[in-house]
Design a protein around this ligand. Structure first.
Ligand code: ADP
Ligand code: ADP
Length: 216
């Protein structure tokens, strides 16, 4: 039976960092909606051009476009054993769509780790984030610095600061999260699948808690 894990939590709490670690540990695909959009923007696809209009403003990309992108990704063979979803769903409409999609693939959402941390911590994490241009590997200038400034340890490509990580846009993204994504906490709590994780701890401790949560 395939296993699908949905990581929930505010921008910058560490979803991407943890998703990469967990994907490796459990040998599951890592699906990051943000990475997929950024890849489309880099390749100047029609989807990328459309999504950029929203991403640059800190707003959500419309549900229909986002859902189609994720459906296509989930249909690829590497998702057969399951996947870790990072950044999707972000609205109740997306969560309903995910349920229907997974039913098509004979699966369901198994567990929803909800990673939380105070706003001051997530803002500090976002402001020091450096992202790898080629593969979205994640670094932090203080908490996880690359060995050489501006270069990804893993693939040697350039590290850059995301345009939407600047302070003005971060404030909007946090507001959008509170308005549009927080309803998913109750949505998944009602299903009994939500597990709260203290994201304010060091990366290794969060990973340990997350591992326990998904193995139970
Ligand atoms: P973060 O990791 O900081 O939470 P992401 O990389 O997940 O940010 O997302 C960056 C941007 O991409 C979002 O601000 C939004 O504009 C867009 N985006 C990502 N996932 C979704 C989604 N599921 N629905 C709508 N927009 C999305
Ligand atoms: P999200 O995907 O939720 O937006 P990221 O995984 O991209 O979050 O993490 C945001 C920033 O915080 C990155 O620079 C990352 O290196 C750093 N980070 C992630 N988890 C931790 C942690 N537990 N402690 C300190 N810094 C962290």
């Amino acid at each position: 039976m395939a296993i699908f894990i949905v990581l929930l939590g505010p921008p910058g709490v560490g979803k991407g960092t943890q998703a990469k670690i967990l994907a490796q540990a459990k040998n599951l695909a890592h699906i990051s909606s943000g990475d997929l959009f950024r890849e489309n923007i880099k390749n100047q696809t029609e989807l990328g051009k459309h999504a950029k209009l929203f991403i640059d403003k800190g707003e959500l990309v419309p549900d229909d476009v986002t859902i189609d992108m994720i459906r296509e990704r989930l249909s690829r063979p590497d998702c057969k054993p399951g996947a870790i979803l990072d950044g999707f769903p972000r609205t109740p409409v997306q969560a309903d769509a995910l349920e229907k999609m997974l039913a098509e693939f004979n699966g369901q959402v198994n567990v929803v780790p909800y990673i939380t941390a105070p706003e001051s911590i997530v803002v500090g994490r976002i402001s020091g984030r450096w992202t790898c241009r080629s593969n979205g590997h994640i670094f932090h200038q203080m908490f996880n610095p690359p060995k050489a400034d501006g270069i990804c340890d893993i693939d040697g490509s350039e590290l850059y600061q995301r345009e939407d990580d600047k302070v003005e846009t971060v404030t909007i993204r946090i507001r959008v999260y509170l308005e549009q994504t927080i309803p998913l906490v109750d949505y998944y709590r009602k299903t009994g699948k939500l597990v709260e994780i203290n994201g304010a701890q060091a990366v290794e401790q969060v990973s340990r808690d997350l591992c326990l949560a998904v193995n139970n």
